[in-house]
Design a protein around this ligand. Structure first.
Ligand code: 5GP
Ligand code: ZN
Length: 114
């Protein structure tokens, strides 16, 4: 828990969010500014700031993030049509919230990156 972190506050219900999944390790909620019909964020409950801060010990957690995103895609009817998973890292990667999060985007034709 990082008391200055927006997503830690969402985990602790200090800030409201539209939660779509929760277990002991992960939380998923709808993005406040959706860039596609489905736009969710899947986050670990442990505070990890960026991809740069991950260690070998986090390999299992990362796998669970991807598998949960896949399941949410399936539940939202976009597994077959297709979706995009995004992890932004630091300023030039477009990261604005410094608590690791995976974007799940889908429900429309997504274009190339950049
Ligand atoms: P980043 O740019 O760091 O990869 O993504 C941060 C994402 O968090 C953005 O898509 C932004 O819309 C979303 N976001 C920022 N603040 C909030 C919030 O208070 N609630 C929710 N649900 N999403 C947020
Ligand atoms: Zn945090």
């Amino acid at each position: 828990m990082n008391s200055d972190c927006l997503f830690c506050k969402i985990i602790n219900r200090e800030l409201p969010s539209d939660i779509v999944f929760e277990d002991e390790e992960l939380l998923a909620f709808n993005d406040i500014s959706p860039q596609a019909p489905t736009h969710m964020l899947i986050i670990p409950k442990v505070h990890v700031a960026t991809v740069n801060d991950l260690t070998e010990a986090d390999a299992g957690l990362l796998g669970k993030l991807v598998l949960r995103a896949r399941t949410l895609a399936d539940e939202n009817g976009i597994a077959k049509s297709g979706f995009r998973l995004v992890l932004n890292c630091n300023g030039e990667g477009g990261q604005t919230v410094y608590h690791l999060h995976m974007h799940l985007l889908g429900g429309r034709q997504l274009r190339g990156l950049g």
